[in-house]
Design a protein around this ligand. Sequence first.
Ligand code: GGG
Length: 347
Amino acid sequence: MKSYRIALVPGDGIGRDVTDAAWQVLERAARGAGFGLEGTAFPWSCAYYKETGAMMPDDGIATLRGFDSILLGAVGWPAQVPDNVSLHGLLLPIRKAFVQYANVRPHRLLPGVTGPLRKTDFDILCIRENTEGEYAGAGGRVHRGGPDEVAVETSVFTRKGVERILRFGFEQARRRTGRLASVTKSNAQKYSMVFWDEVTEALAPEYPDVTVTSYHIDAMAARMVMAPESLDVVVASNLFGDILTDLGAAIQGGLGYAASANLVPDRSAPSMFEPVHGSAPDIAHLGIANPIAAIWSGAMMLEHLGETAAADAIMAAISATTARGIGTVQGREKTGEITAAVLTALG
Ligand code: GGG
């Protein structure tokens, strides 16, 4: 029987609650489809940092390299570890080390879920550049604490990095409705974002079947609220994509429904799958976190592994669950009840 090795990194807070839920569903779906999943859990988290002084061990990346995929929960426990330390100690190094350059985040309403908008017929695929840009970690501070203190955070946009994420966007658009929206702020940011626009224009002739339109980030934020049905594939830099996908989560009913895949498109290293939400320390381990985003992320993992039937079965089970109203009102059902309903729907 075919079997996949999955690294489980539940992380912090509700990351543990929702990863447990997703894993139950993934194991059931795998059994039903006749393949195996062998999960190995790693305790890397803020608690681990408090014990060891690092979010993961020195050989953490080398260890993860031996797996087919990584399923991550959430990172951050600001009362214990500053958020920038935890993010730059675990999530961002994994994305960068494996060159998981395409962060793919679908935004659409599940049956029975009511978002805040009157328009409900949208299906947006946000693609966020995931390895450089504004999260490159380049910069510094001088004259700390004094009146002349200066902080500089440098965005890094390489031709290789911009070209590969735009190509990925064009290819996704080609598979869907042939519409690509490229997001910049090239009126104000005259180096990096003008460069991004130039690369977009240079690639466009290679994809004559795709209509590409450039938007400024501010206009795109308004469009996602006012006319989400006008959008299909949206490609943006690391920071802009991070912000737009929380907006995308909001219009799809909340962060409890926002799934994501950090993809290595050429499969030369493991991809990582995680809900868009954070660790929500205020509700950690109360059993009230919505596990749907994590379960959906798990379905994206199976899709990436080539187990399309099992991925489709999970998505059908999620839809059947929300169509019954389960998991659609914040706090009404517990994490375990929503998971049980998805498992029942899966059969
Ligand atoms: N589920 C992943 C998680 O912990 N997200 C919190 C967060 O702020 N992530 C920043 C990022 O995606 O770059």
